[in-house]
Design a binder for this molecule. Structure first.
Ligand code: NAP
Length: 468
């Protein structure tokens, strides 16, 4: 895949970059190794000072970097600005909380004695150089949610970003350099996916994190498995959105539109399958479809646009294949189901609601990365949970109910890394983020995220033999 900015709203190539050659990659690996030797021993206060400066610079740059993201991958510029603001917030959160999250832990006095020690504690040390392989869909956020905790823990980062967001990738390196982080602490590698294996196998690289598709995750995890290197994988999702009989249907329908179409429908944690109790199905289907129909599809640089183009022609073709397969096998498009009329340039697709989806359709099992929702009518909570869990994925889930018994059942039985009640899934620095099943493993954000790339070290002091 060429490393280039291609505007998805027009199909026009705006800027191309050559991949870095072996010598440049080697230079950056050496710089990362040498940066780690110093950065790992810096105090939390010093790291926080520099990471806070990066947050301040990002606030100043917000409009410019938002425009760059929009031009590179097509998200509405309003959402791009919100993404930049969220990144600054995450940088600040980790700058303020890292010391406390990674404070030494002491077992109870009884357990210390039982281990034969006079004293014992757990100390968190950074692992080293971490390679981050990242996707284009939230081109700032995916990187920052890894980089903020990793840097605050004393690791250093190499970024291999998606090939269609090179300007955002270079911006991130520049941001951390301007903030004053020592040379080599955060570097971008402009390489294609075929250059990843060599970097992963380099002994100077300690670990890797990948956010992206299942094939990419499998490949990176297999190489790291072979090298016995730690990985975190954040992969695809097909999150269920349950609307149960006691739900506030109106709010559920309004929220469903945003939950499905945020980021032009290209979010791993977007609600994708809408599983609705028969008692409220008709009302929900009508209000949800009306909301989807009303969305403004257009130029993502326009302040009033709700839905921009898909990020690539291939991405739109994949989505079209899923919809066509479903319709051929009997699904009905309540709205959309095609490209918007009169929009011949760019990779636009109309917001779509499909009803009558069955298990023999590809769309039932595969991820829809675009503004396409599937609707299911269910008899009761048992059936709702069965449909919700009938997926290879397990990223997050959403449930609308006012019934406490249903809440307990959903917390216990939904196979996912999160259960969001009476709202939509959203990430926050203080809450762990990640999935089960084919959505990956490991967690980002919160204390769980910062410890993923730490060596939890047991520090044990033998007790002096007693005289008696
Ligand atoms: P992708 O094709 O897997 O690309 C992601 C990154 O992996 C890019 O940097 C890509 O580089 C690289 N890559 C691709 N194949 C590789 C390989 N064989 N070895 C090493 N690196 C490889 O995914 P995408 O289409 O950009 O992103 C969409 C997917 O990401 C969706 O499935 C979405 O659900 C998932 N996602 C998950 C999360 C989460 O938190 N769980 C968040 C966002 C997105 P090139 O661009 O150079 O190919």
């Amino acid at each position: 895949m060429a490393i280039a900015t291609v505007n998805p709203a027009t199909g026009e190539t705006l800027k191309s970059f050559g991949a870095m050659g072996p010598e440049e990659v080697e230079r950056r690996l050496a710089a990362a190794e040498s940066a780690f030797a110093g950065w790992r021993t810096t105090r939390f206060e010093e790291r926080a000072r520099l990471v806070l400066r990066a947050a301040d610079l990002l606030d100043v740059d917000r409009d410019d970097i938002a425009r760059t993201m929009t031009v590179e991958m097509g998200k509405p510029v309003v959402a791009a600005r919100a993404e930049a603001a969220k990144c600054a917030k995450a940088l600040r959160w980790y700058a303020e909380h890292a010391a406390e999250l990674l404070a030494d832990e002491e077992p109870s006095a009884d357990d210390v004695r039982d281990s034969g020690a006079e004293r014992a504690r757990v100390h968190y040390r950074p692992l080293g150089v971490v390679l981050a392989v990242m996707p284009w869909n939230f081109p700032l956020w995916q990187v920052v949610r890894f980089a903020a905790p990793a840097l605050m823990a004393g690791n250093v980062a190499l970024l291999k970003h998606a090939s269609n967001v090179p300007q955002t990738a270079l911006y991130l390196e520049d941001l951390f350099r301007r903030a004053g982080l020592p040379e080599g602490c955060f570097q971008t590698l402009l390489i294609g996916s075929d250059g990843v294996e060599k970097v992963l196998r380099d002994p100077r690289v300690a670990a890797a994190t990948l956010t992206g598709s299942e094939p990419a995750g499998r490949s990176v995890a297999a190489i790291c498995g072979d090298e016995i290197k730690k990985t975190v994988l954040e992969l695809g999702g097909s999150d269920p959105y349950l609307v149960l009989a006691s739900a506030d249907v109106e709010r559920a329908a309004v929220t469903a539109v945003t939950a499905r179409t945020q980021n032009n429908g290209q979010s791993c944690i977007a609600a994708k399958r809408f599983i609705v109790h028969a008692d409220v199905y008709d009302a929900f289907a009508e209000q949800f479809t009306a909301g989807m129909r009303e969305l403004t599809v257009g130029d993502p640089l326009d302040e009033g646009t709700a839905i921009g183009p898909l990020a690539s022609e291939r991405g739109r073709a994949d989505l079209e294949e899923l919809v066509e397969d479903a319709v051929r096998k009997g699904a009905t498009a309540l709205c959309g189901g095609s490209r918007p009329e009169g929009m011949d340039r760019g990779w636009f697709y109309s917001p779509t609601v499909l009803a009558g989806v069955t298990a023999d359709m590809r769309i039932h099992h595969e991820e829809t990365f675009g503004p396409v929702a599937t609707l299911y009518r269910v008899r009761d909570l048992d059936e709702a949970l069965a449909v919700a869990n009938d997926t290879p994925f397990g990223l997050s889930s959403n449930v609308w109910t006012r019934d406490d018994t249903e809440v307990e059942r959903c917390v216990r039985d939904l196979q996912a890394g999160g259960v969001f009640f009476n709202g939509m899934t959203a990430s926050h620095p203080a809450l762990p983020f990640g999935g089960v099943k084919r959505s990956g493993y490991g967690r980002e954000l919160s204390g769980h995220g910062i410890k993923e790339f730490c060596n939890a070290t047991t520090v044990w002091f033998g007790a002096e033999p007693s005289d008696s």
